[in-house]
Design a protein around this ligand. Structure first.
Ligand code: HAS
Ligand code: HEM
Length: 558
């Protein structure tokens, strides 16, 4: 690959890893406040909610988006043997970086403590919204370029199966493009004019509905790069083969259908949206677990095959034979720890999806328990592991502290299990999320003190300390690698798994048109009634309320 290509990828990988110092630091701080060890509204001039916003935005939005673009560039280039247009690569990078700097300024200046979901009526500085929008638009640019590269490739290779990683990347960015349209509308039409003072009110429920149209698909935009690695790289680094190539294709295409029309499961407790809509989207949420179940079984079979190739005997002997601590093969440890965490992340997700159980866990600490075992589990570990792998391979610099690098994911996983257990247990005892517990419930001097939340928040803090340590060790290893001397020319090498069942090309799973049509139909069915609901029940025609009496005013009740 060219020097320019390498340079852009290095920047796209290393800037978010550097920002992680701020991101992970605030994760640790939150656990310390929440355990009541810190009983203040701020520390080192950074407030709790300011830190929580920085934490959510840097870790879950900036890191994931930059990585998805960098990894997409690497995958498309590697498999299609063609580099993307350099000018477009720079343009996209500049938009993403510019947007990140704007939003970071707003957050660090304390002018955007609105959390990563920026629900109105919390209001941020316009640069926060504009910055986020630029980050998103910057990530669209390469997608259009890859789509052209793919179409050209397909013209020449009409009968060849499109590589699984290419299919995955294009599916992921199709989901991303569709879902970000809603948040772009929310930001540009509702929030920016309001934040600039051009409009005086915002339809809060509409804004939340548009956000979640985007927000749940967002989690699959985080997940799919990890899934691409699990299907196309993991079996190889485990020493085996992918059990079924077709299963991988099926799973990835199913995400196209089910990733977006499920956002209302974040709004089970929101007024204005009717039960029918909630029920329908709840059912679709069960649908979106199917590709992950397919993945779980396919990967388990692939790992079993790998173990047996390494000479394993008996029913579970294959587990022992996997390369758990092979420092020349550190990617494996990042992937396997992520997958183990995802078993718990998945189960807790299914619990959230159930309408009745959701009423128990909604807005409690259970939720961060769930999603750290997804986004900060398989997603985070795959991202950081692959970032280091790509950097080291492309730069020709050997990995710094290889042994530690191999142990980091186990440390992270153990910390995460302790943290998430504390959070989930606390959540079931009613401990709220997004709350600085140190100034109230966990402060023995407060009338609100809850001694039963001491063990749970302490566990979360202990887990947080372990995760923080693992995270910092990784960051040292990453920048240590950058500072090392080049030992080889450096090239773009990605391990490629062969398939155990390499099924013949099935046209349905090698084209996008029909899937996109089906995606649009399901979306329209799921979201038309939801949008009608929120416009009718919370827009200008909605009944007014007396602030002291939550029933509609009689004059409106015709
Ligand atoms: Fe979720 C809330 C439901 C998956 C992230 N989720 C969140 C939030 C985030 C998030 C960030 O229905 C909070 C948003 C906020 O701030 O308010 N989630 C689900 C469901 C799934 C799910 C049904 N979530 C994810 C993923 C995320 C993520 C993935 C990030 C990447 N989630 C919900 C709901 C809410 C929610 C409700 C709203 C709750 C509320 O009230 O606010 C499913 O996609 C999960 C399917 C997963 C599986 C697991 C498959 C297991 C695999 C591992 C196999 C292991 C192997 C290893 C092979 C079925 C693939 C074996 C090897 C050995 C050696 C043993
Ligand atoms: C929220 C801790 C790493 C994503 C939280 C909360 C805690 C926490 C305690 C909940 C705070 C509250 O609700 O009041 C940690 C620790 C980490 C860590 C100790 C590691 C040292 C990560 C990573 C990611 C992540 C790597 C993503 C890749 C999030 C998100 C939220 C969150 C999206 C929700 C923010 C919000 O509610 O607005 N974290 N976290 N965290 N964390 Fe982490």
């Amino acid at each position: 690959v060219s020097k320019t290509f390498k340079r852009i990828i290095f920047l796209e990988l290393s800037i978010p890893v550097a920002l992680l110092i701020i991101g992970i630091y605030h994760g640790l701080m939150q656990t310390i406040y929440r355990a009541g060890v810190l009983q203040d509204t701020s520390f080192a001039k950074l407030g709790y909610y300011q830190g929580l916003t920085l934490h959510g935005v840097i870790n879950a939005i900036v890191l994931t988006t930059f990585f998805a673009v960098a990894f997409g560039h690497a995958t498309m280039t590697y498999y299609l043997k063609q580099e993307p247009n350099k000018k477009l690569m720079w343009f996209s990078f500049a938009l993403m970086l510019g947007g990140t700097l704007m939003a970071s300024w707003a957050m660090l200046a304390g002018k955007a403590s609105v959390l990563y979901t920026f629900y109105p009526p919390l209001k941020a500085h316009p640069l926060f919204y504009i910055g986020t929008a630029l980050l998103i638009v910057g990530s669209w640019v390469p997608f259009f370029n890859w789509a052209v590269m793919y179409t050209q490739w397909k013209k020449v290779h009409a009968e060849t199966k499109t590589p699984l990683a290419v299919i995955g990347t294009l599916i992921n960015f199709t989901i991303w493009f569709v879902c970000t349209l809603a948040v772009a509308y929310e930001v540009l039409v509702l929030l920016v004019p309001w934040s600039l003072g051009w409009t005086t009110t915002v339809n809060v429920t509409l804004a939340r509905t548009l956000f979640w149209f985007f927000g749940h698909a967002l989690v699959y935009f985080w997940l799919l790069p990890a899934y691409i690695m699990f299907y196309t790289i993991l079996p190889k680094v485990a020493g085996g083969k992918l059990y079924s190539d077709l299963a991988g294709r099926m799973a990835l295409f199913l995400f196209l259908l089910f990733s977006v029309p499920v956002g209302v499961h974040h709004q089970y407790s929101d007024p204005s949206i009717t039960q029918g809509v909630k029920f329908f989207q709840g059912m679709l949420t069960y649908g979106v677990t199917i590709p992950s179940f397919i993945t779980a079984f396919t990967l388990a079979a692939s790992l079993e095959y790998a173990g047996r190739q390494r000479g394993a005997k008996g029913l579970f002997g294959w587990m022992k034979k996997l390369p758990w601590f092979d420092e020349n093969n550190f990617l494996f440890s990042y992937f396997i720890c992520g997958l183990i965490l995802f078993v718990f992340g998945g189960v807790t997700g299914i619990i959230n999806a159930s309408y009745s159980l959701n009423t128990v866990v909604h807005n409690t600490a259970w939720l961060p328990g769930h999603f750290h075992m997804t986004v900060a589990g398989p997603v985070f570990l795959a991202i950081v592991g692959m970032s280091l792998y790509l950097y080291s391979g492309m730069s020709g610099k050997p990995v710094f502290m290889r042994k530690i690098v191999t142990i980091v994911p186990y440390l992270w996983m153990m910390g995460m299990l302790i943290f998430s257990f504390g959070m989930s247990w606390g959540g079931l005892r009613g401990e709220p999320r997004r709350t600085n517990l140190g100034i109230s419930y966990l402060n023995p001097k407060s009338e609100l003190f809850r001694s039963d939340w001491v063990p749970t928040t302490t566990l979360a803090m202990l887990g947080g300390i372990v995760m923080f340590t693992a995270g910092m060790l990784f960051i040292i290893a990453f920048f240590g690698t950058i500072l090392r001397k080049r030992k080889a020319a450096g090239s773009l090498e990605i391990p490629v798994s062969e398939a155990y069942h390499d099924e013949k090309r099935v046209p349905l799973f090698d084209q996008f048109k029909l899937w996109i049509i089906a995606m649009i139909i399901i979306l329209v069915l799921a979201y038309t009634p939801a949008l009608i609901n929120v416009n009718k029940n919370s827009g200008p025609g909605a009944p007014r309320f007396n602030i002291d009496n939550p029933t509609p005013l009689a004059s409106d009740n015709k």
